[in-house]
Design a protein around this ligand. Sequence first.
Ligand code: FDA
Length: 300
Amino acid sequence: MLKDLFIGLSQNQFLNSAAKKYGLKLGAQSVVAGTNIEETIRSIKELNAQGISCTVDNLGEFVYKREEATEAKEQILEVIEAIHENKADAHISLKPTQLGLDIDYNFCLENLREIVGRASKYDMFINIDMEDYSHLQPSFDLLDELSKEYSNVGTVIQAYFYRAEEDIKKYKDYRLRIVKGAYKEPEEYAYQDKKDIDTNFVKLIEWHLLNGKFTSIATHDHHVINHVKEFVKANNIPNDKFEFQMLYGFRKDMQLQLAKEGYNFTTYVPFGKDWYGYFMRRLAERPQNLNLVAKQVFTK
Ligand code: FDA
């Protein structure tokens, strides 16, 4: 299946490192905001001008060297400063494996502590993105540890995991982003059937909207978005209790429309040289995105 092929390609470490040497290729430029902070701040300001807030992801994964994790931390600190200096409406999304989770848990925790501490000075939120199952519990452990000191941190609940319901209940007092889940996971831990994932996704969103702190509904699925609009209306849930989120470059008209309708809207803005794995996962989710690749190849 194409999905499995692209997920496999996204995890190919040789291709991941080879791609870093080149700029954005294969159409990745339509879904990645830039390779440096200046370009990214420009993109964020353009979105802000249209009433859209941003969460910024300095792309990177498969980090097994301390120097690389430290470099990623420094870049994220620079992004935090740039957001603050430019008075941009944005916060940070980050991946623990980029900050050394596969090297040493405590090393990763220290990196995160520095980032969350710096962001807290500016009252800026840090979202810990969720990766594959093998990193799920350690990522929650990082969140537990960080929230002993800071309140500007939250995470993601992936609806394809059987344990998601238990997790959402445990973390109800956090700002949570709820997603379907992007990685290939075995039947042992995760629903495989799209219908089961979608059903659990809606169930978790409704639960957190009713019982939780702030809910970020992250999806391009208009069926789910329309359902949420009806649900919040029927349950008198005010707009300041939730937002919609989509990825940069996807369904741009719908992003604008939702912002115009008065909903809080945040675009997930990825940037950086490490674009390959992210781009392959987007192709896995929606093979129609191959149109992006085809256009680039044939318009060269
Ligand atoms: P899905 O791909 O299931 O599509 C459902 C339907 O929506 C389609 O059949 C089609 O009708 C419509 N549709 C979808 N995309 C469309 C498009 N581009 N144009 C037109 N119609 C379209 N995952 C993870 O594991 N960890 C994480 O931390 C995150 N973080 C994250 C942040 C944000 C902001 C988003 C949007 C997503 C994530 N994800 C994630 C990814 C997430 O888990 C999931 O893999 C993708 O969002 C794809 O699922 P969707 O809910 O978007 O719809």
